[in-house]
Design a protein around this ligand. Structure first.
Ligand code: PLP
Length: 387
């Protein structure tokens, strides 16, 4: 069975994890620091803070920036639900910006129009969470220009985008954002089993992220509120309400080892995506994702848009592939149409471009261990079905 994504685990990865299993530390040992240091170097960011998932990293990022019940957070409806849930965890109000049908990312023009209206209505967002859909970087220069005019912070949900680059810098460098968050779930570009990481260049945000990761507790005497304790070796201090969002040394060992393959994984993904592009580009019912000249996509997903003759045809396509041992997928069902968000007052029809994208979207399999013959077979099947 070929699925839309799959991890590649090498013998070196396995050896690295076994080494940690035989060591003195299973959690909060040296591999956490090594993984964080090498991720910061890879992304050209000052700080990298591991978490036990991207979801917990997104939650902690909202808290670190100070999101509370009075605040509004905007994101894209074409994302995994975690991009919105992280703000709901903080009690904030969530709203969605429509996408650009070509890039699948937040449309800067739609963003500007929505900001202008929100300014008039005095309900500007505190944070915009942008999503680099499929690994395709958002128009960060334009989005950061708007952030300065309208005074919001930017979190990049870069769960898809490890190894992608924008305007000459790796995604995660935070050149145009406050925090970037990555996921190490097995279908993502590199994996730690479960896991996530936040990168930032701001020392204050780094400290807060570390506090929220571990119960709001610090052992760093430089940070103690009560200085008289600073000479007591046993002393620790809870300064806020945090969580246990830590990544273990076992997971960090796998992530550290996988990170060495980041470039080669992204290169393979780009090569296979190019092969798909060449096979599918000429077909009039198929539209490919547009990646800007400024960017390199990490191609976490290969999502195309197909002009279907109704939803029935899309169901038949999935069945047809399934009978050929290939699982197609859809990324994503618009978040605002989920029952949980409808109960908050969102309705279908509110984000016409996101909804139009969803009607058409199909994710074809893409992962480093696929070979070009697989891409040919999948393309043949697809073109035959649609002809
Ligand atoms: C996978 C994913 C997440 C959540 O990642 P976890 O590590 O599973 O918590 C969040 N946002 C996006 C866009 C994702 O694809």
């Amino acid at each position: 069975m070929i699925n839309y994504g799959k991890q590649s685990i090498s013998d070196n990865d396995i050896k690295r994890v076994i080494k940690t299993l035989k060591s003195d530390f299973l959690t909060q040992g040296p591999m956490v620091d090594r993984f964080e240091d090498s991720f910061a170097v890879t992304t050209k960011s000052k700080y990298a803070i591991t978490f036990n998932s991207a979801t917990s990293a997104l939650h902690a990022s909202c808290l670190a920036i100070g999101v509370g019940a009075e605040d509004v957070v905007w994101t894209s409806s074409i994302s995994f639900v975690a991009s919105a849930n992280c703000a709901v965890y903080c009690g904030a109000k969530v709203d969605f910006v429509d996408i650009d049908l070509a890039t699948y990312n937040i449309d800067p023009k739609a963003l500007e129009i929505k900001l202008e209206q929100a300014k008039k209505d005095s309900c500007l967002p505190k944070i915009l969470i942008v999503v680099h859909m499929c690994g395709n970087p958002c128009d960060m220069i334009e989005i950061s220009r708007l952030s300065k005019i309208y005074g919001f912070k930017i979190i990049e949900d870069a769960s898809h985008a490890a190894g992608a680059s924008y305007s000459g810098n790796p995604i995660g460098s935070c050149e145009h954002s406050d925090i970037a968050v990555f996921s190490f779930h097995p279908v993502k570009i590199v994996t730690s089993g479960e896991g996530g990481i936040a990168t930032t260049n701001c020392a204050k945000l780094k400290e807060k992220l570390r506090l929220f990761r571990s119960h709001g507790v610090t052992r760093n005497s430089n940070l103690f509120h009560c200085e008289e304790h600073s000479e007591q070796p046993w002393y620790y201090e809870q300064q806020s309400l945090g969580y246990n969002y830590r990544l273990s040394d076992i997971h960090s060992a796998l992530g550290f080892s996988q990170l060495k393959e980041l470039d080669s994984f992204v290169r393979k993904r780009n090569k296979l995506a190019e092969k798909y592009d060449n096979r599918l580009r000429e077909f009039s019912r198929i539209n490919l994702q547009k990646v800007s000249e400024r960017s390199t996509s990490s191609y976490h997903l290969y999502s195309i848009r197909i002009d279907f003759d109704g939803v029935r045809e899309k169901i038949e396509l999935f069945k047809n592939f399934r009978s050929n041992a290939i699982n197609l997928n859809v990324h994503y069902i618009p978040i605002h149409t989920q029952p949980f968000f409808r109960n908050m007052g969102f309705n279908e029809g509110e984000l016409p471009i996101s909804e139009a994208y969803y009607q058409q979207a199909v994710t074809l399999p893409l992962y480093p261990d696929l070979i070009e013959d697989d891409i040919d077979r999948i393309s043949d099947l697809l073109l035959e079905f649609l002809s």
